[in-house]
Design a protein around this ligand. Sequence first.
Ligand code: UDP
Ligand code: MG
Length: 221
Amino acid sequence: MKKISIIIPAYNEEESLPFLYERLDKLMNEIDTYEFEVLFVNDGSKDKTIQIIKELRQKDKRICYVDFSRNFGKEIAMLAGLDYAKGDSVIFMDADLQDPPELIPELIKYWEEGYDDVYARRKSREGESLLKKITSWGFYRTLQSMTKIEIQKDTGDFRLLDRRCVEALKEIRESQRYTKGLFSWIGYNKKEILFDREPRAAGQTKWNYGKLINLSIDGLT
Ligand code: UDP
Ligand code: MG
């Protein structure tokens, strides 16, 4: 049976994790044609995130985790996820349910059709400020104007990657990462699917404009 690793970077997500587990568990039980592993990367959380992950692991052996010594940021957390994932494919997902797990069957369907990178593009972004929407819109277009490589617009990290992509991404060891750009850069067969981005299930966004500007600079440079 093929294995799929769901990689979830988590920083102070104690409030979201119970909701996330409930929805993921239901979905994984419905799909009995694959083996799943849920790989959390605890990115130096200061709340009970790691305790909750350990409790989940006690009752469900599909759960595993990497536990960081401090907060390194989501980009590095994603790399650690790639390093430790055992799946024939991986799915990146946020811990706050903004990326609906119910889309997973569609991601898998296109993977089975032979696509290596099935990425979910946002039709709408609920619960985000107008300023954030405008700045992200502008950023993706600025980035595209600076490179010949096709940039997938209005797309986050929510996607399924075949093992071939995982191996390619693992070779890029830079620490100032802009992973979304790397997904574009490595190439392979890409397939877009559309979804409505939901508001956070619980807790607060970990992003602020300082962090976003930093990430934008990493992306552009
Ligand atoms: N995250 C992380 N490290 C950080 C900041 C965020 O691992 O330093 C995780 C976070 O727990 C979530 C995902 O990255 O699973 C996206 O973060 P968030 O929802 O805060 O960002 P937004 O959706 O508002 O852009
Ligand atoms: Mg979020």
